[in-house]
Design a protein around this ligand. Structure first.
Ligand code: ADP
Ligand code: UDP
Length: 292
């Protein structure tokens, strides 16, 4: 296993082409992406949760997607787990596939991508594969002392939230991620915020930056609709085998539905509509399954 530039490591990666990983996403669809960058513990996840509530973006944490991939028992799981434990950057192709799939499955067209791109290679690969350039990059600037304190108090049971790995992550951030921040600065796309302040103060500054998007905040940001959509996403996998034809039928229907929801309906009407679909699916799916 050889180390390459920018903290990535040359490791064998399993690419399962049989899975519908969403590699062709977004195709012709117009997508708005904001990258949220900052050191480990700078408050990216915390601020993203606030932005979602106010501005109708879907939050995709690259770290969370990688941790979910480990839990799912994927063939890349052990490799990802080892890299995260060492604070290293997982190969771009793995992270990008996970991001593409999550974007496609969300049905939304506005995304906060949190904690990615982490190096120049991540950045270039994402742009090459998806042809998406970020609208802007939100950068939470915070001192290492503050970030260290926050991570040590985070208590999420993460393998990498120990002092030894934290130091390695800081080093990777300085050497590999800051050049990405600089790149976007040179393109006039960087929006820098003092992340060392309280959560509320940071969000005040963040709100200013996102204010052009408030008029566009759409039904996806409505928390009840998000909850029901979350249920729709989870339900078929729970009820029947995920590869089953009925499950694929349901996913397609859900994607079409999501598109309608994000464009055309008020939050209340959307909520009622989604609940009706969920009830209909719950009652009739076993029958449909029997015929397929
Ligand atoms: N502005 C802030 N002031 C104090 N603590 C914060 C602030 N923002 C986040 N935190 C806390 O710090 C920890 C790390 O924040 P998190 O959002 O998980 O960071 P990141 O996603 O950048 O790793 C969490 O426990 C969170 O509650
Ligand atoms: O695009 C990414 C995002 C995360 N990681 C790995 O996941 C870890 C945790 O990242 P996350 O963003 O969840 O946490 P943070 O370091 O910002 O606290 C990192 O140290 C990396 O090992 C990665 O390899 N690529």
């Amino acid at each position: 296993m050889g180390t390459t530039l920018n903290g990535t490591v040359d490791v064998p990666v399993v690419v399962d082409e049989s899975k519908d990983a969403g590699e062709n996403f977004p195709g012709d669809k117009k997508i708005t992406v904001v990258f949220v960058l900052g050191g480990p513990g700078s408050g990216k996840g915390t601020q993203c949760a606030n932005i979602v509530k106010h501005f109708g973006f879907t939050h995709l944490s690259a770290g969370d997607l990688l941790r979910a991939e480990i839990k799912s028992g994927s063939e890349n799981g052990t490799m990802i787990q080892n890299m995260i434990k060492e604070g290293k950057i997982v190969p771009s192709e793995v992270t990008i596939k996970l991001l593409q799939r999550a974007m496609r499955e969300s049905g939304n067209d506005k995304f906060l991508i949190d904690g990615f791109p982490r190096n120049e290679e991540n950045r270039a690969a994402f742009e090459n594969v998806t042809k998406i350039e970020p609208e802007f990059v939100l950068f939470l600037d915070c001192s290492e002392e503050e970030m260290e304190q926050r991570i040590l108090g985070r208590n999420q049971g993460r393998d990498d939230d120990n002092i030894e790995t934290i130091r390695k992550r800081f080093k990777v951030f300085m050497e590999s991620s800051l050049p990405v921040v600089e790149y976007y600065n040179s393109k006039g796309k960087l929006r820098k915020v003092d992340g060392g302040k309280s959560v509320e103060e940071v969000f005040e500054a963040v709100k200013e930056i996102f204010s052009p998007y408030s008029a566009q905040a759409n039904t996806v940001g409505n928390s009840k609709v998000s909850t029901v959509k979350g249920f729709l996403r989870w339900w078929p996998d729970f009820r029947i085998d995920g590869s089953h034809v009925a499950c694929r039928w349901f996913r397609t229907a859900r994607r079409i539905l999501s598109r309608i929801l994000t464009k055309a309906m008020s939050p209340k009407a959307t909520y009622i509509f989604v609940v009706c679909i969920a009830v209909f699916a719950y009652v009739y799916m076993p029958t449909i399954e029997g015929y397929m």
